[in-house]
Design a binder for this molecule. Structure first.
Ligand SMILES: C[N+](C)(C)CCCC[C@H](N)C(=O)O
Ligand SMILES: O=C(O)CCC(=O)C(=O)O
Length: 371
């Protein structure tokens, strides 16, 4: 509970001093816009009631306060009441810090002991279980959900609980094997180097969920994961020019099959404007489309920087390699963690889905893990 010690008018703003906190200044335009009375705000839908062009450019004529509230009278006769707890949220530093995600960088198989591994019933039926899965995704970008029946239907229940199935050209829930249902090497048995999916979509897919329903009469098919942020951070320190290039230069990716042609250009390393740290990695050497360059410098920088970043991802010291067996659902954050697999023989069937980033962050927010 925030408590107001003092409030005063300064120019066209008010400044409030809270107990044991910084003082916060609020401009009159902000205050009028944030008036919580029923004609300014629909409290039942959490939406503003007035168009921004209809908010009067009015002046404060008087200010009263007590420990819990600030009461403002405006020159057009309107009154606004602000609760101390409401105002206390808008100390810029606290507000901004609260919005930063704080990924914990990892490399190698040490992460195996840190991530959440949880029984599916605990994940589905308890808040603590759900919290621990989403916290693991926020911290490390990976979680394992165990003892799931090896069927598409049971996997779907897990995908829904992670935020809901995201539909793409591959379908909603997918099941894939070496049968070439789509024009993509995932649908073969060849090895796949570390990559992010959907670099060719305007919005990358958020989580990727993989459940091996069967692997019989053969071997191989290990899963390999690497922390994309760790590699990017190493590049930033060791090859700052390449890091700068990959944060700015738009690299084009595409997906082509009968009836489809997706294409998108983006920097490989997208930066978070708040933290200046990597916010998303879009690294897929296979799905790059052929490009023209304005200069030989750019062309050479493209190859040099992608290779320098790729070396961290391909370094086995940075990777976590393991075998997924029926029963264990792997969830990973495709904005951060790169995945790959070793080649395999035999019959191997994987099921899963994507979950959009907006949808899984929605769950994490409702669980109180992020703001
Ligand atoms: C997961 N599933 C098998 C459905 C699709 C795999 C798509 C892989 C593609 N090269 C990409 O990077 O997006
Ligand atoms: O077969 C696997 O384990 C992973 C396939 C893959 O990389 C993908 O679907 O993007």
């Amino acid at each position: 509970m925030a408590a107001i010690r003092e409030a005063k008018i300064i120019d066209r703003a008010i400044e409030i001093q809270l107990e044991k906190a910084n003082s916060i200044r609020f401009e009159d335009c902000w205050l009028r816009d944030h008036c919580r009375c029923t004609s300014c705000y629909h409290a039942d839908t959490f939406q503003r009631a007035k168009h921004i062009l209809d908010i009067p450019d009015s002046k404060i004529v008087s200010l009263k306060y007590n420990e819990n509230q600030v009461i403002i009278t405006w020159d057009d006769g309107h009154t606004s009441i602000f609760e101390a707890d409401f105002l206390a949220q808008f100390d810029y530093k606290k507000w901004n810090d609260g919005r930063k995600l704080k990924p914990v960088l990892w490399h190698g198989d040490e992460v195996a002991t840190k991530i959440t591994r949880i029984h599916v019933d605990k994940f589905l039926n308890t808040k603590d279980g759900a919290r621990s899965v989403f916290q693991s995704l926020l911290d490390y970008g990976v979680a394992l959900i165990e003892e799931v029946n090896a069927t598409l239907e049971d996997t779907e229940v897990v995908c829904k609980a992670l935020g809901g199935v995201q539909h793409t050209i591959f379908g909603g829930m997918w099941q894939f094997t070496t049968r070439a249902d789509h024009a993509d090497t995932a649908y073969t048995n060849i090895p796949l180097a570390l990559h992010n999916d959907s670099t060719y979509f305007t919005e990358s897919t958020g989580l990727q969920i993989l459940h091996c329903l069967e692997h019989s009469n053969g071997e191989g098919g290990d899963t390999i994961l690497v922390d994309g942020f760790y590699g990017a951070t190493r590049l930033r320190h060791e090859f700052p020019e390449d890091y700068a290039f990959l944060t700015k230069f738009n690299i084009e990716a595409e997906y082509i099959e009968e009836g489809h042609h997706h294409k998108f250009s983006s920097p490989v390393i997208k930066i978070d404007a708040k933290t200046n740290d990597p916010a998303q990695i879009r690294y897929n050497v296979y799905d790059r489309s052929p490009m023209a360059f304005t200069s030989s410098e750019d062309c050479r920088a493209y190859y040099r920087s992608l290779r320098n970043l790729g070396r961290y991802y391909e370094d086995t010291k940075n990777q976590w390699q393991f075998k997924l067996w029926p029963g264990t659902v792997m969830v990973m954050d495709n904005f951060r963690v790169l995945h790959g697999r070793t080649g395999f023989t035999g019959t191997r069937v994987l099921a899963g889905s994507y979950v959009s980033r907006s949808d899984w962050l929605d769950r994490a927010r409702v669980l109180g893990l992020i703001q």
